[in-house]
Design a protein around this ligand. Structure first.
Ligand code: ADP
Ligand code: MG
Length: 239
């Protein structure tokens, strides 16, 4: 199966069960919001999807590759933006990208054309020579998204990429990543606790205390209620 597939995955930190028999599927080219309050298990799931952690319980397939059987092929298909920023602030925008390209064995004209395309895609082309430290929070995040495109992955994983940003930066980034799925056919898993980043056409998976409560299209899950209300009544989480 293509896209992203998670079946019966569990994970515990010692006695603390962080993921409990989690299953969901994101079809190729879909934007799926992984919605859950703090502590739901979103980042733990990302650690499993990127193979920072491994688990014997369950199966994860990325673009049809089983992550425990074919880790190299599976990981090559993944572009990831972690919850904590990982840019080198002392390097220019371009150098952050060329360094990442080199780590993936890309150089010369291939690297330059990938870098130019990624910066263009995120409306960052005119900032290539700026020092990363001089960028605002929204542009730093956009640079991280540009970086995760450099090796031409088919599945993007973004862990709360808008946390700490103002409303304008948040909506610009949310729109950019929706476009990457709608226009470029990338499969996206977008972890968030903010319902206003999710549109009715998106796929939605609601995670709470390590359990997948529901999944489907946002429109079907919320019915004619505001998503925020549905989310709160399912999780009992305070705003
Ligand atoms: P989220 O990203 O949705 O906020 P996390 O995956 O970070 O959730 O955490 C899920 C649960 O696992 C929480 O109860 C958290 O306290 C616990 N947890 C996360 N990391 C660790 C760790 N390194 N050791 C022990 N417990 C952890
Ligand atoms: Mg988290």
């Amino acid at each position: 199966m293509t896209g992203l597939s998670v079946r019966n995955v569990s994970y515990a930190y010692g006695d603390k069960r962080a993921l409990d028999d989690v299953s969901f599927h994101v079809p190729q080219g879909a934007f799926c919001a992984l919605l859950g309050p703090n502590g739901a298990g979103k980042s733990t799931l990302f650690s499993l999807l990127t193979r920072l952690f491994t688990t014997a319980q369950g199966v994860i397939e990325v673009a049809g590759f089983d992550i425990s059987q074919q880790p190299r092929q599976a990981l090559a298909q993944i572009g990831v933006v972690f919850q904590q920023p990982t840019l080198d602030l002392d390097l220019t925008v371009h150098r952050n990208l060329s360094y990442f390209a080199a780590l993936h064995g890309l150089s010369g004209r291939t690297a330059e054309s990938r870098i130019a395309a990624a910066l263009e895609r995120l409306d960052m082309a005119e900032r290539a020579s700026e020092r990363t430290r001089d960028l605002n929070g929204g542009h730093r995040r956009r640079l991280e998204i540009a970086r995760c495109l450099i090796h031409a992955p088919s599945v993007l994983l973004l862990d709360e990429p808008t946390v700490g940003l103002d409303a304008a930066a948040r909506s610009a980034i949310t729109q950019h990543v929706h476009d990457l799925s709608a226009q470029d056919g990338l499969t996206v898993l977008w972890a968030t606790h903010l319902t206003d980043e999710i549109t009715p056409d998106d796929q939605l998976a609601i995670l709470h205390r390590g359990k997948m409560l529901t999944q489907g299209t946002c429109r079907d899950i919320k019915g004619d209620q505001p998503l925020q209300q549905v989310f709160l009544s399912m999780t009992g989480a305070a705003t």
